[in-house]
Write a protein that binds this ligand. Structure first.
Ligand SMILES: Nc1ncnc2c1ncn2[C@@H]1O[C@H](COP(=O)(O)OP(=O)(O)OP(=O)(O)O)[C@@H](O)[C@H]1O
Ligand SMILES: Nc1ncnc2c1ncn2[C@@H]1O[C@H](COP(=O)(O)OP(=O)(O)OP(=O)(O)O)[C@@H](O)[C@H]1O
Length: 523
């Protein structure tokens, strides 16, 4: 990368004694004071639920405009109070890219989506084509100009979300867990793209990310938000992750791997393989005439802890859904305990297995967190439900939200709730789609502890993940999907030695191994 000196500091945003509270609740953000300067790259670190996304939404004016909430203090952008910006004007200065790009799109095709953004800005028609061409070139997406958005990979969708924000020429670009759903290589490439954009445009970048490893050579400053929504620290990464480390540990915030010289990876001891539990024979599956999986032959054993990995769109979630009978194979068969999956009654299948969806909201069916956790227990006619619900809510640090609506909590809290609902009884099999995404260090550890405990009680754990550290630490077996086939099925250690396969599948080595086995741009 060509490091280009950034322009001298110019005040961009000023946050003064700023607090925000949802109606009749205690403040989420509490007396914040900080400034952002043009061209700088800041990381916002904070435990799950500390108010990072709320801050992003306040900075671009969506809060309090779109919710019942109250603010105190002031935020100004280029010395103008943001409350005085004409409607829609602030979002041109402060652009946000979210974790789920789909939530941002209104049109089917890439070029229509970008034209829609320009129309909303009332850009002159004759300049539209030129602007679209230029932003697609900048984001490396020119080839996809005529593509249908839903046919793009996760990384490509995220680049289109970025392109549509860049069309507004923002002074501040906020990335709210924008890489959380990307495969390891796409995530890394996205951070490089952001660095290029920032250098070219001199726009400030605010990164909200629990696992900021890929960002660490770009980030110049770290703001630490505490659990009470106060600003606990504002300093350089070296100071924050050096002298400030005890504070981060206390708050349960991830320390970037590059600052963890003494990282001691605890590996799960390998377990003896139990009997065959799920067998797939020649399983194929297509969506809309597009082949996703072809002739998959795999056997999962009782008590295994297995990760399914692969690039965005490789078919990981599809495979997990076929295993849980949420989808039916186009050809081939799936057997559970030797019995064809289609012969199991729905009730029995759901009793012995649990499924945690990639998007936690897909699981919520009641109006409170308490009811959500109690739902399965009531269905099974269990006793002492109240005590069990309280225990689970406490284990997942959700006890204070027992009466809250599942849709009105933070992203990380939603993910923990979706896992908690599956843990009332000890199931035989648990399927997890990205169990730990959006979690801080403390809740990741707690979640994995609970999953490991279940596994020790005999539960088979099959999960999809992009997190190679998790695979390295917890799994004894990893299944790699590539071009619709199982390209690898073996131990993580074996996989890490398959350099060209890793590269082809857009995976990266766990951090601890990268220095020894550098390849390409990764070291
Ligand atoms: N409901 C759907 N309709 C049409 N195509 C779909 C649908 N869901 C997924 N696909 C496509 O099927 C392919 C496999 O998707 P899947 O979600 O299984 O991949 P994945 O490996 O889990 O991806 P990611 O890592 O991005 O979550 C992708 O090309 C995707 O675009
Ligand atoms: N619509 C809402 N109504 C009431 N409270 C809410 C609402 N949305 C979020 N909250 C609460 O506000 C707090 C901050 O949420 P926010 O999403 O900003 O946290 P976060 O730091 O981004 O968390 P995460 O890392 O888990 O995504 C949380 O305690 C959450 O439960």
């Amino acid at each position: 990368m060509n490091a280009k000196p950034l322009n001298s500091k110019q005040l961009l945003m000023e946050v003064s004694d700023f607090s925000f509270a949802f109606e009749e609740e205690s403040p989420i953000l509490n007396q914040l004071n900080f400034s952002l300067f043009s061209g700088e790259c800041c990381l916002v670190a904070g435990a799950s639920g500390s108010g990072k996304s709320t801050l992003a939404l306040c900075l671009n004016g969506l809060y309090p405009d779109t919710v019942e909430g109250e603010t105190k203090g002031n935020i100004s952008c280029r010395s103008q109070n943001i409350a005085d910006f004409p409607q829609g004007k602030l979002s041109q200065s402060v652009g946000v890219v979210f974790q789920d790009p789909e939530s941002q799109f209104c049109m089917m095709k890439v070029e229509d989506e970008l034209a829609f953004v320009l129309e909303n800005q009332q850009a002159p028609r004759e300049r539209m084509q030129e602007a679209i061409h230029s932003v697609l070139k900048e984001t490396g997406m020119l080839d996809q100009k005529h593509a249908l958005i839903h046919e793009l990979s996760g990384g490509q969708k995220q680049k289109i979300a970025l392109a549509s924000v860049l069309l507004m020429e923002p002074d501040l670009l906020i990335l709210d867990e924008a890489t959380a759903n990307l495969d390891p290589m796409s995530s890394f490439e996205f951070t490089r793209l952001i660095q290029q954009v920032r250098q070219k445009r001199n726009c400030a970048v605010l990164v909200i990310e629990h696992q900021p490893d890929d960002w660490m050579d770009i980030v110049e400053r770290v703001l630490v938000i505490g659990k009470e929504g106060t600003l606990l620290a504002d300093d350089s990464p070296d100071n924050i992750y050096g002298a400030g480390r005890p504070l981060l540990i206390k708050e349960g915030i991830h320390i970037p791997l590059s600052y963890q010289e003494d990282r001691n990876v605890h590996k799960n001891p390998p377990q003896m393989h139990g009997e065959k539990l799920i067998t797939l024979q020649n399983v194929s599956f297509s969506r809309k005439n597009k082949s996703i999986l072809q002739n998959i032959n795999v056997t999962f054993h009782r008590g295994e802890f297995i990760a399914i990995v692969g690039e965005n769109g490789a078919g990981k979630s599809t495979l997990l859904q076929l295993l849980a009978r949420l989808l039916t194979p186009e050809s081939g068969n799936v057997k559970l305990d030797g019995i064809p999956l289609q012969d199991w009654t729905e009730r029995e299948l759901r009793r012995i297995s649990g499924y945690v969806f990639q998007n936690p909201e897909h699981q919520f069916i009641t109006d409170t967190l308490y009811d959500e956790v109690a739902f399965g227990m009531k269905l099974n006619g269990e006793k002492e439900i109240d005590a069990k619900v309280q225990e689970l809510l406490t284990a997942f640090q959700l006890e204070q939200f027992a009466d809250a609506n599942p849709f009105a909590i933070s992203g990380g809290q939603k993910r923990r709730l979706s896992v908690a609902t599956m843990l009332d009884d000890t199931p035989d099999i648990l399927f997890f789609d990205e169990p730990t995404f959006g979690q801080d260090a403390k809740t990741t550890k707690e979640l994995m502890r609970l999953i490991t405990e279940l596994r020790e009680q005999g539960t088979t754990i099959i999960f999809v993940t992009h997190d190679m550290e998790l695979v390295d630490e917890y799994c004894e077996r990893v299944l790699l999907l590539l071009e619709g086939k199982t390209a690898f099925d073996g131990s993580p250690e074996e996989l890490w030695s398959r350099k060209s396969l890793l590269q082809k599948a857009r995976l990266r080595l766990p951090y601890s191994m990268r220095k020894e086995r550098a390849y390409g741009i990764v070291n």
